[in-house]
Write a protein that binds this ligand. Structure first.
Ligand code: TRP
Length: 840
């Protein structure tokens, strides 16, 4: 920019950009502020000298920052302890909030003030450091311009994580935390409020790009998914903005994180408010969470409830009074002051028919309500500016107080006081540490400062406006997990609600169900499927249902494992019924026994072989009773007893009947001459027959018990939700042998009785035996399929019933007719009648 014309040896500036504020001093620092937020590009057809880029849209907020820098320098110059005997000067330039114009400011700050100042360009402009810039995109450009000259810069608002690269930005310092901390904080906030489906909107600049990238990195491994990512174009474009709003409207993501600044947010929000979109919970980045432009009442319905991380605030005691001294009367020629007045009071200094604004008197009072400029209660960015200026002053102070021979430079030298070089100042900046308002200020090796944020919530103020309320903090120096402190009860959420908004793709899966990811969709969008039986999930949003341990089963809701119901033929209604029937049967049998015993001398008892009858009755009693063994919890002993007891008593019973049949058969055949079969069937022989045929069954049972006895068994296969306690037969072969033997005996008995049925006599026992055996066989034939197909404990009931039914069958067929005669027809109870020889 400075070109040396050799012929004349006079310096001419290619283009001149005068500073907006200057003050001379022994040491000069530059300041770059976005005093305007809009630019107008000249046309570049190069048929005439291009006009400079025109800056529009005065920004009172940045103007306040610039004034804060001036105040800080003035304070330092008045301070006797800091830089005594030296004065600090400044040159403040406007960057117009745009990288290109930021570059212009950076070059201008390097230049001498004008050609008169250094006509031969022999000395460089005495610039030691630059305070600037605001937006990261501009700071990058400024840093690149200053870098070859090793001039340190301290940014008060550039938080982009990209500056952490010391190789690319070696002279960069900042008094704002690196965005890496902010995205961490935002990620923690999203996780904390369970906002798992969020939208991201950013401006088209380095800041937005790096912040979104950082946030995505932080969200990896959390349960938060990003529904959409949208970018507001650099040159605001309504069509694109409306498209973004359409996306916001259609998405289930009610929480929208925005990395942007007032510049692009203002037109965006204006359009947003016309779209009537409701229910959006904004999460604002530090760049706009404390922007006072949005505090107007008209914004509340749309932006109320916004939450975000604001940079640390501070207190600058003299700022309020200092800002009040700025007015058009005191600075009659300053265009910026006039623009400030225009911006604050809506009046014009150069009334023209075009603008139709009233003209300013210049005496309008500055009030607190002109918050864009006068908001001095909790300066944040202005406080950063203040800190940055002090950081330079303290470093310079340390540099000037270097003790010769103990300096930090080569050979322990110090910097020359009358020729301090910027890189020497950088060395001291890196080391500086001082306090303002008890806050320690220093820079780490990357030039970053302490990561601390306030959590700001936008609540309704008394006038219906928006107020920034502090509801917590994020302290990045705390150990992981303790950084975020939120006073939830103080937060007002979007839509003037005290309940946290919900922003999820799918509602959470309740206990008892699990998440099932939808194919091709993010993990946050899922369906909930109920757990299968036998599996449970006891937490919301379970990924998998877990199997219940052995002997446990899921409850109906599938939320807990409960011990499996243990079932066996217990003394419930069925068990009691069986018990009653068997006891009744046993009693009945004993009653018959009593009747027979009482009438033992009568013909019918004697004819029918009283001893065998008593045996049968005894065996039948046992048969009735042995069905009781099937009821109750199966144990080692009861299992062994069940089948053996039943089979032996039945064998005994049928053996007796068999004996009787044989006797009947023999008695009647014996009447034929020449037969003395009766000799072979005396009481002794009868007993032997009974005994030996029962013995066979006893032997089978003994072999069964010794080799492979029945044992109690917990059957879990039949029904998974229950444990059925049953007796496993052990050897199935033995089981069927036992049954088979009884069957064989019964059949044999049946055949014999069948043969004897036609024998003469009024009272033919054989008829009844045939009949009883028929019933017996029928019962047991029916039993087999029923037994095999009955589940677990019902098999026992079936067997028990079969025992009872067949016992009753025997009892009735064999004894009912006799009892009938004994008790009701005693006149027929004679030998003659029984033999059918009674005279009619
Ligand atoms: N922290 C932001 C940044 O580093 C603040 C900012 C200032 C900003 N001006 C901006 C962000 C303009 C976007 C656009 O950039």
């Amino acid at each position: 920019m400075v070109s040396l014309l050799v012929q004349t040896k006079v310096c001419t500036l290619q283009n001149s950009f005068p500073p907006n504020f200057v003050a001379r001093g022994d040491f000069v620092i530059g300041g770059i502020f976005p005093l305007h937020y809009n630019q107008e590009m000249p046309d570049l057809n190069c048929t005439y000298r291009p006009l400079p880029v025109k800056c529009n849209g005065f920004d009172p907020r940045a103007f306040r920052w610039a004034q804060t820098m001036r105040l800080a320098v003035e304070e330092i110059n008045q301070n006797m302890d800091l830089l005594s005997n030296y004065t600090l000067g400044y040159k403040i330039f406007d960057s117009c909030a745009y990288p290109l114009t930021g570059q212009r400011a950076a070059l201008a700050v390097l230049n001498g003030l004008n050609e008169d100042e250094s006509p031969l360009c022999s000395t460089a402009s005495p610039l030691l450091a630059v305070i600037g810039e605001s937006g990261s995109a501009q700071s990058i450009v400024v840093s690149r311009v200053l870098q070859p000259f090793r001039i340190p810069m301290i940014s008060y608002f550039s938080s982009c994580a990209c500056f952490a690269d010391r190789e690319k930005y070696p002279t960069f310092f900042r008094v704002i935390p690196n965005d890496d901390y902010q995205v961490k904080a935002i990620a923690q906030l999203l996780v904390r409020f369970n906002w798992t489906w969020v939208g991201l909107v950013r401006g088209d600049h380095e800041y937005g790009r790096f912040a979104v990238r950082g946030l995505l990195r932080e969200l990896e491994g959390t349960n938060v998914c990003v529904a959409y990512q949208e970018m507001i174009p650099l040159l605001y474009n309504q069509q694109k903005a409306l498209e973004i709003m359409q996306v916001m409207k259609n998405s289930l993501a009610k929480v929208v994180v925005v990395f942007s600044a007032e510049g692009e947010m203002t037109p965006f929000l204006k359009d947003y408010m016309t779209q009537n979109i409701t229910g959006i919970q904004w999460v604002a980045s530090e760049a706009w969470v404390t922007a006072s432009v949005f505090t107007g009442t008209e914004y509340y319905p749309y932006l109320g409830g916004t939450i975000g991380f604001g940079i640390r605030k501070g207190y600058i005691s003299r700022l309020h009074d200092y800002l009040l001294t700025i007015n058009p009367q005191r600075y009659p020629n300053d265009i910026l002051v006039q623009e400030l007045w225009e911006a604050l009071y809506g009046c014009s200094h150069f009334p023209s028919s075009a603008t139709q604004l009233p003209s300013c008197t210049g005496k309008e009072p500055l009030l607190e309500q002109h918050s864009a400029y006068m908001n001095t209660s909790s300066p944040r960015v202005a406080y950063n500016v203040y800190k940055a200026v002090y950081a330079v002053a303290h470093s310079l102070h340390n540099l000037l107080h270097c003790q010769p021979g103990r300096g930090p430079f080569q050979n322990n030298s110090c910097a020359q006081r009358n020729n301090v070089l910027p890189w020497q100042l950088q060395h001291y900046l890196q080391e500086v540490s001082f306090n303002i308002n008890e806050e320690e200020i220093n820079f780490d090796l990357k030039g970053d400062s302490v990561p601390y944020y306030d959590i700001i919530n936008w609540q309704r103020g008394t006038r219906g406006n928006i107020e920034f309320v502090n509801v917590g903090l994020f302290d990045g120096t705390k150990p992981a997990g303790e950084e975020l402190v939120i006073q939830e009860d103080r937060i007002m959420w979007a839509g003037h609600q005290s309940e946290v908004s919900v922003s999820v793709c799918s509602a959470s899966c309740l206990p008892g169900s699990r998440k099932a990811v939808r194919r091709g969709e993010p993990v946050c969008c899922f369906d909930c499927v109920p757990c299968d039986s036998g599996k449970i999930s006891n937490q919301t949003n379970s990924i998998e249902c877990i199997f219940c341990p052995e002997d446990f089963w899921s409850n109906k809701e599938r939320t807990a494992c409960i011990p499996k119901k243990v079932e066996f033929l217990a003394y419930d209604s069925l068990g009691i019924a069986l018990t009653v029937i068997s006891v009744v049967g046993a009693c009945l049998t004993m009653a018959v026994f009593a009747v027979f015993f009482y009438h033992r001398s009568t013909a019918i008892v004697r004819v029918n072989n009283s001893e065998l009858s008593f045996f049968i009755l005894f065996a039948l009693t046992l048969c009735f009773l042995c069905s009781l063994v099937f009821i109750g919890e199966p144990t080692f002993w009861s299992c062994m007893l069940r089948h053996t007891a039943f089979s032996i008593t039945f064998s005994l019973c049928i053996s007796c009947i068999l004996g009787k049949t044989l006797v009947v058969l023999a008695a009647f055949t014996a009447t034929r001459p020449g037969d003395n079969i009766m000799k072979w069937l005396g009481p002794k022989q009868q007993r032997i027959v009974i005994f030996s045929s029962t013995l066979v069954q006893v032997v089978i049972c003994a072999a069964w018990l010794i080799d492979d006895p029945p044992y109690p068994y917990r059957n879990t296969e039949y029904e998974h939700s229950k444990i059925i306690l049953e007796c496993s037969v052990g050897s199935t072969f033995a089981f069927w042998c036992v049954l088979g033997y009884i069957g064989l005996q019964a059949c044999f008995c049946f055949v014999l009785a069948f043969l004897a049925r036609k024998l003469p006599g009024n009272f033919n026992e054989a008829k009844f035996i045939t009949f009883s055996m028929l019933i017996f066989c029928a019962v047991w034939l029916a039993f087999i399929p029923a037994y095999i197909s009955s589940p677990g404990n019902y098999a026992d009931a079936v067997e028990s019933f079969a025992i009872l039914a067949s016992s009753f069958g025997l009892l009735f067929c064999l004894f009912a007719p006799k009892c009938y005669i004994i008790l009701l027809k005693p006149e027929k109870n004679t030998k003659q009648h029984l033999m059918g020889k009674e005279k009619k």
